[in-house]
Write a protein that binds this ligand. Structure first.
Ligand SMILES: *Cc1c(COP(=O)(O)O)cnc(C)c1O
Length: 426
């Protein structure tokens, strides 16, 4: 079904008054085709709203994939971006960068971390975590072949080490040889962890770290189980294994707490952040609770990492989260969204099997038996003016900006309900 035929409420004219359909031909012949793109070209945004090149308005429940924490064109972001580019945007970590220190201090004060390393993306933050864990294994524990356990259906990025860490074969296919030293276990299964440790530790090979998401985002919006993570923490303590949490998607307030692990009643040894940290300006962070001094000058670096521009913006995102009391908004709007989605699910019991999530990271899972895919629902929602994103073939993900209002949640729910009505009537 084409978007055109589904659009019921199109063409709210752009302020410019121009309405020129975007022709993607030049784009498609110039840019590598690594993405399956929706036939949409977005031109401007404000708050939780976006407008395409034809002036159609959309409610943004994707937020650049859980990234635009403060939505679009937030006055605090505009102010900081403008001020910082006029002052100093990039130097080098060869010199002290005061605002980088301020951001690190903020993160330490609002987490269990003792030190921070700044980089530019989630994959890069996870690479830092992996290198830190391996250096710890070699230099502190004397392990020659350190092993990192990760979970099935996890997602940790697209570099070679992080596709290896990612427990989904579809991301690894055709990129062999992968990185040695990774083994996979089912998520939320403590017996599998015990079994892996018992069978993998031998000779100079040793389980050094366990790397997990507090809530699996891309793999289907699956929250971590509290009991599992508490037992896991104890196993890590008893066996001197590092617990690494990938907080790239669930961290920075999205779960209704600053960090996903706060929902689990545990603390990691190492954790990573990126997506929401800069509110849409690229920045990543590897944070470490213990063993921080394992990294010495020359061990790890990133040219752009922690530059004054990215750090000033991220600091503004962090301070605005607090100033606007956004964690409370995330909790309230999240409850509203889940209640509304559950009401829709109860009307479509043959199609929708579950609604789950924390704060403003939520998933609606489709029944395995239905023909319906997450792409069908997302396409129909777009046609009804709301942007959503799949998390796998059967889960629709809802990750709006953290500033989303009650009225905007209602509008999204109405669009989802309409989308379900359209696609189930065929
Ligand atoms: C998106 C994501 C990554 C990768 O982040 P990039 O910035 O795309 O490299 C890693 N881990 C998780 C949990 C993610 O959601």
């Amino acid at each position: 079904m084409s978007l055109e035929t589904l659009v019921e409420n199109p063409s709210i004219p752009a302020e410019s008054g121009v309405s020129v359909p975007y022709d993607p031909e030049g784009f498609d012949t110039s840019v590598m085709s690594t993405y399956g793109r929706y036939p949409l070209a977005l031109e401007r945004g404000a708050g939780c709203r976006l407008w395409d090149t034809e002036g159609r308005e959309y409610l943004d429940f994707v937020a650049g994939i859980a990234t635009c924490t403060l939505g679009h064109a937030h006055p605090a972001l505009v102010e900081t971006v403008t001020r910082q580019i006029q002052t100093l945007h990039h130097v080098s970590n060869l010199y002290y960068i005061p605002v980088q220190g301020e951001l690190a201090k903020w993160l330490i004060e609002h987490s269990c971390a003792d030190r921070v390393f700044f980089c530019n993306s989630g994959a890069e933050a996870n690479e830092g975590a992996i290198k830190l864990a391996r250096k710890y294994a070699h230099t502190v524990k004397g392990i020659q072949k350190p092993i990192i356990l990760t979970a099935h259906a996890s997602f940790h990025g697209r570099t070679l080490a992080t596709i290896t860490a990612t427990g989904q074969p579809k991301y690894q296919k055709n990129f062999a040889p992968l990185m040695p030293g990774f083994f996979y276990v089912p998520y939320n299964d403590i017996g599998a962890i015990k079994n892996a440790i018992a069978t993998l530790d031998e000779g100079d090979q040793n389980v050094t770290a366990i790397m997990l998401e507090a809530l699996q985002g891309e793999g289907g919006v699956r929250p971590g189980d509290v009991k599992y993570f508490q037992e896991l923490r104890k196993i890590c303590d008893d066996n001197d294994i590092l617990l690494i949490l990938d907080e790239v998607q669930v961290g920075m307030g999205r779960s209704g707490k600053f960090w996903g692990y706060e929902n689990l009643g545990i603390e990691p040894d190492i954790f990573t952040s990126a997506k929401g940290l800069g509110g849409g300006i690229p920045i990543g962070a590897t944070m470490c609770k213990k063993f921080c001094d394992v990294f010495q000058p020359g061990d790890h670096a990133s040219t752009f990492g922690g530059n004054p521009f990215a750090c000033a913006v991220a600091l503004t995102v962090c301070q605005t989260l607090e100033k606007e009391n956004l964690l409370a908004n995330v909790q309230e709007r999240g409850e509203q969204l889940r209640a509304g989605l559950k009401a829709i699910a109860s009307k479509y019991p043959d199609q929708i099997s579950e609604v789950r999530g924390w704060g403003l990271i939520n998933g609606m899972e489709l029944n395995a038996e239905t023909q319906l895919t997450s792409a069908d629902v997302v396409n129909a929602a777009i046609a009804n003016g709301v942007l959503l994103v799949p998390a796998g073939p059967k889960v629709i993900r809802f990750v709006p900006p953290l500033i989303v209002s009650a009225q905007e949640i209602d509008q999204a729910l109405q669009a989802v309900e309409k989308a379900m009505a359209i696609i189930t009537n065929g």
